[in-house]
Design a protein around this ligand. Structure first.
Ligand SMILES: [Ca+2]
Ligand SMILES: [Ca+2]
Length: 257
């Protein structure tokens, strides 16, 4: 009987392991060397000056492109640890969970692979020290080329239109440029910068890795090695019958011996 029980458990364990390895790879900003933080330029009123404030530990990422307030911008920095994955990938998407504000159009940027800025610190990044952050406030029409933009450490991976305004919904962003960016990584880490397309007085908020209710920013990758969907695990009743069969076999063998 002990042999039968052991064999039965092995069958169950193997079924679980097969399912764990199948399907797309998901990596969130809490994994390994991952990180996320918003940075904020709100410099018109001294009492509200947020340019030197670190927001790496709050549970949200507010992204804002506001021509008003001299202007007032917020961007997000995300880093994903790819060290446990193997490129090339055949598909990639950046999934963000909407938790508030207005579903604006955003632009996603990727930091050049190997740039020293890839090592930014979640606990100390601010508007003033964020790598590749354009801090030149030009004001004017939405400040699209001034402080709402990034410097050449980053390249644009696409502009993405607004999606659902349902709190808790997943906003999934993908493009060929985003896929190529992830596939070109050579040091096991990718950093994204996100800005809002300038509007007036509106912003969009996503859950950060610290959010306990909603999912952290997630990079969803499809590996070229992913094959056909796995065979579903046997239903419990089938396993029980199989176990009984093995038990019978064990009993029979002992009787013969
Ligand atoms: Ca964070
Ligand atoms: Ca990299």
């Amino acid at each position: 009987m002990r042999l039968a029980t052991t064999l039965g458990l092995c069958v169950i364990a193997a079924a679980i392991a097969a399912n764990a390895n199948a399907g797309p790879i998901t990596i969130d900003t809490n994994f390994g060397a991952g990180a996320d933080a918003q940075i904020s330029r709100r410099g018109i009123f001294t009492s509200f000056d947020e340019r030197n404030t670190n927001y790496g530990s709050i549970d949200s990422l507010n992204i804002r492109g506001d021509a008003n307030f001299n202007p007032w911008h917020r961007k997000a920095y995300l880093r994903f640890d790819l060290s446990a994955t193997t490129a090339p990938f055949t598909a990639a998407s950046l999934d963000l969970t909407f938790i508030g504000g207005i579903p604006l159009t955003i632009e996603i940027f990727g930091m050049a692979d190997g740039n020293s800025g890839e090592n930014w610190s979640e606990s100390s990044i601010t508007w003033e020290n964020a790598p590749g952050n354009n801090r030149t406030a030009s004001g004017g029409s939405g400040d699209s080329t001034g402080s709402n933009s990034f410097y050449s450490e980053f390249s644009s991976l696409g502009t993405f239109g607004p999606q659902s305004s349902t709190v808790g919904s997943t906003h999934s962003y993908s493009s060929t440029a985003l896929l190529n960016f992830v596939n070109s990584d050579t040091n096991g880490a990718v950093t994204f910068g996100i800005r809002a397309i300038p509007t007036s007085g509106t912003s969009i908020t996503f859950a950060s890795g610290e959010n306990t209710q909603y999912s952290a920013p997630t990079l969803r990758l499809t590996d070229s090695s992913v094959e056909a969907p796995p065979t579903p695990a046997p239903a419990p009743a089938t396993l029980a019958l199989f176990g009984l069969g093995l038990a019978g076999l064990g009993w029979k063998r002992r009787k013969q011996a």
